[in-house]
Design a protein around this ligand. Structure first.
Ligand code: ATP
Ligand code: MG
Length: 382
């Protein structure tokens, strides 16, 4: 059970503190008294408060100053402040009060009913906020447990698979002549299935590895260079293919170079794969802006997909194309989504069947210098 929420009451006059405490006595909260601005700031540093009732006129540091300093500190920035005053009646002073961070203003002499109702609202808000924080924490724990489970199951599946794979290969290589055609056919199906399972386990372990790695932050990564390197590798692996590749110059982002490489590689491999049948295959990597945010994109003119299923793709093993048409296990985009999410960014896709696909993503601090963005697009248009 979480402890009762705290309300901080700040006034230099002891009698006022006693009166306020008496008025709020019936509420399910802990009242903490502070006799000066300094005292209040000390409390705010050490504890979380559901609300602060703050006298405006105090010797030394007045209420406006306390509010200003409280707003500067990340620990107390969010605490709702209710100014209690006898002097804010003019519009100008009221404005000053709200400017310095008040969410409400109460006038002396205090009306008991109004005071209690207002504090009650903030107590309820605080309870909802805590409930939400607890739920988020519980979800995070569940996700971490699932990741650990995924890792250990995938890892443990390797052990029985090894002899299955190894012995069926030996059987095929050294004892095949003792079997008839049907026996050899069945045996090679076992070997193929074992190979497939080996790949699946590899993919699951890759997914779990990405979830465990915390991105090393801060370094500037050139997404343009990464993209060019990856496409050069793809060209090396598929010299038969002709793909027109365009990368905006100087696309950069702050983040973990090796994780961002994994993300970009999965996106580009997809673009490469799903343009296999396009006569004039084209892949483009660029950025655009959405409000104040830089949005990076990887676009192709391949087979695309039905945009109604766009959200599903980021879940593991979700595929919109059959493996007979395009090979794969459906883990790549789940990895990309985790990398981007771990960096604090978002990813989404836009596509149309037979008209290509565009994958957009953000990386919060990764803003390239003005003027280096790639072609301009509006996220939402295919
Ligand atoms: N550029 C794209 N164009 C069209 N469809 C795409 C594109 N990228 C992804 N998809 C669709 O999303 C599905 C999931 O992609 P994802 O990368 O997770 O898996 P995969 O490429 O099929 O397999 P893997 O990446 O594990 O080898 C794909 O199977 C495909 O249906
Ligand atoms: Mg893929």
């Amino acid at each position: 059970m979480s402890e009762s929420p705290k309300v901080l009451i700040v006034d230099d006059v002891e009698a006022n503190l006693i009166a306020m405490e008496a008025l709020l006595g019936g509420l399910d909260c802990v009242i903490v008294r502070a006799g000066s601005g300094n005292d209040a700031l000390r409390w705010l540093l050490r504890h979380e408060f559901a609300a602060m009732l703050l006298d405006v006129q105090m010797p030394g540091m007045d209420g406006f100053e306390v509010a200003r300093l409280a707003r500067m500190n990340p620990r107390s920035r969010e605490v709702p402040i209710i100014f209690v005053t006898a002097m804010l009646e003019t519009d100008e002073n009221l404005f000053l009060g709200y400017e310095s961070g008040a969410v409400d203003v109460l006038f002396k002499p205090l009306n008991a009913h109004v005071l209690v109702s207002k504090v009650q609202v903030f107590l309820e808000l605080d309870r909802s906020r805590r409930r939400l924080a607890d739920e988020i924490e519980a979800h995070k724990r569940t996700l971490a447990d699932l990741d650990a489970f995924n890792y250990s199951v995938s890892h443990d599946l390797r052990a029985p698979l090894r002899p299955l794979k190894g012995f069926s290969e030996i059987l095929l290589e050294e004892h095949a002549q003792k079997l008839d055609d049907e026996g050899r056919r069945l045996l090679s199906r076992i070997a193929t299935a074992a190979d497939k399972m080996d790949h699946l386990i590899d993919d699951l372990l890759r997914l779990s590895k990405v979830s465990r790695v915390r991105p090393s932050a801060g370094l500037v990564v050139s997404l343009s260079d990464l993209a060019r390197e990856i496409v050069a590798e793809l060209r090396g692996d598929h010299p038969d293919r002709e793909v027109d590749f365009v990368a905006a110059a100087d696309l950069s982002a702050h983040g973990d170079a090796s994780l961002l490489r994994i993300a970009l590689e999965n996106l580009l491999r997809n673009a490469w794969k799903f343009t296999t049948r396009s006569p004039n295959a084209r892949i483009e990597v660029g950025s655009t802006t959405l409000g104040a945010e830089t949005v990076y994109f990887v676009r192709d003119n391949g087979v695309g997909f039905d945009p109604r299923h766009g959200d599903k793709l980021f879940r593991a093993f979700q595929r919109l194309h059959s493996s007979a048409d395009f090979e794969g296990t459906g883990i790549g985009l789940a990895i990309v989504e985790r990398v981007i999410r771990h960096h604090g960014g978002r990813i989404w896709a836009d596509a149309a069947t037979d008209r290509g696909a565009t994958f957009f993503f953000t990386l919060p601090s990764g803003r390239p210098p003005p003027g280096v963005a790639g072609s301009s697009v509006t996220p939402g248009g295919a």
